[in-house]
Ligand binder design. Sequence first.
Ligand code: FAD
Ligand code: SF4
Length: 572
Amino acid sequence: MAAYQLAVAGLKVLVLEAGRTYDPVRETPMFKLPRQAPLLGAGTKHKPFGFYDATVDGGWEVPGEPYTNAPGTDFKWWRSRMLGGRTNHWGRISLRMGEYDFKPKTRDGLGADWPLTYQELAPYYDRTEMLIGVYGGDDDLENTPGSPAGVLQPAPVPRATELLTKKHAAPLGIPVIPAHLAIMTQRQDADVLPKKIHPDNPLAQRVLAQSMRQRAACLWATPCGWGCSVKANFQSTTVLLPPALLTGNVDIVPDAMVREVTVDATGKATGVNYIDKTTRTDRKVTARIVVLAASAGETARIMLNSKSSLFPNGVSNGSGLVGKYLMDTVGAGIGGQIPALENLPPHNTDGASGMHMYMPWWLYKEQLAGKLGFARGYHVEFGGGRGMPGPGIFGGMDALTNGAYGKRLKEEARRYYGSWMWFDGRGEMIPNEDSYCEIDPNVVDQWGIPVLRFHWKWSEHETKQAAHMVKTFAEVIEAMGGTVNEKVETDGAKVIAAGGQIIHEVGTCRMGTDPKTSVLNQYCQSWEVKNLFVTDGAPFVSNADKNPTLSILALAWRTCDHILAEMQRGNI
Ligand SMILES: Cc1cc2nc3c(=O)[nH]c(=O)nc-3n(C[C@H](O)[C@H](O)[C@H](O)COP(=O)(O)OP(=O)(O)OC[C@H]3O[C@@H](n4cnc5c(N)ncnc54)[C@H](O)[C@@H]3O)c2cc1C
Ligand code: SF4
């Protein structure tokens, strides 16, 4: 987002990317079938999300680039080493943070407040949603803000599984509403939207219109996680980089692993040192402004490794807070088999590659009154139905069919196919002092760069929230007349996903109002190095249940506007 915004504003931008270049238009296997892949496309150690997954380099492990965990910690760190990073295969769930989410401490006394309000970020949410293309409904609920008319694309039609869930969740007081995903249900209006998005910028209007005309609406049939050659969903590589490149203001250098930010004697950033991975040589580039967007973990790593006499503990780390207050999303889930979904007539339920409906958090008042025993909420992502069959599609059926084979097995498969549903909670984690990353003094990667060591602890707020998730999902499944697949665990510590496993890691360079208690100001600008900015998840002060990427994009846009204003004022 930063490269796009700065380029359309007329700045010359150099993008250094640690991974290889990647073009979904040419490279995605989106029209292949799982059965055409080795192992029927099943996940493996090096391809955990399956053979065709769009993470062409990286994953839970990056060869030659380890990270370590402190004793007792089992943090998992997903890294996509490729142009566009994780936006090539993310789930596209794009929820706005709400008013409460920006001021959590004011509301319940825990964690910290953001130095900005929802109202200040809202115009950037509007423009980001129009720019990238997000579908959703017109609901506007407590702390679940809607978007102004004309901003979102129409929501897709709900699936049978979603309507059945809505019907049975309603008596339990749980709302089921259209989900918001960065997938286009219709083509963008390239004559109108660019003018709305960039009212005073003819260059931006021209390149954005040209880029929008290259995007098609969703085909309703292929897995987004494999990449989208028709550009119907949001990936940086299909939506932001093409118009940025059309300006002629952007150069991209792939295989460029940034090691450190360099500074001059006055404490200004002068550029970065990086390793050209193709020649294994050190390189240096100079710049008027340095923007870090390497993901929350990598940005902290770069800053901590940028040591100089002025910044002996890492650049912009006078507060000692770089790497601190690392957060992920709380995750726990459970599934069940629903007899009402058995023997449905064959029909196509593929739709968008993701949810058409979801459940936003609904117990704000009860929680604030202290009735739940944990402080923050979660939303529910759920699904099921007759998707494209893949490996393991009939897993668990044996328990229902008692070892049937031959003709009866086929009949049973037709009966049960599509009758399983899953429910996953995605909840807020409160930042704590025991969850952070630092430089491991004993380990370097294959480029000689010191690696990160993680420390992690969930508090009872998160483990109790996880227990509440599975208990609630079991109630929903039973209300639907279904049977839960497994024992419903009451100890949340046993069902909560490991830190990092939900792949929403944020924090590590938090923003604030005071340089002593934050690394960045509200514009994601370093307090100590005026021309150093961060536009990934590192500036997050809290990690609301809303998946982070839409907020990362909106904040990055706001940061770029501030950079341009500061340049005009002659401050940087
Ligand atoms: C399977 C999956 C599903 C997800 N689903 C959702 C979802 O539905 N909704 C949501 O909001 N979020 C989701 N996420 C999270 C989302 O992908 C991230 O929040 C988002 O991509 C973060 O953007 P980023 O730019 O900070 O980091 P990244 O996307 O990780 O990009 C960082 C980039 O920096 C490069 N880089 C790293 N280190 C260096 C270095 N030293 N030098 C140069 N370049 C470097 C990387 O190669 C990469 O290209 C999902 C993630 C995964 C993996
Ligand atoms: S489901 Fe739609 S957005 Fe996703 S890959 Fe297929 S065409 Fe693209």
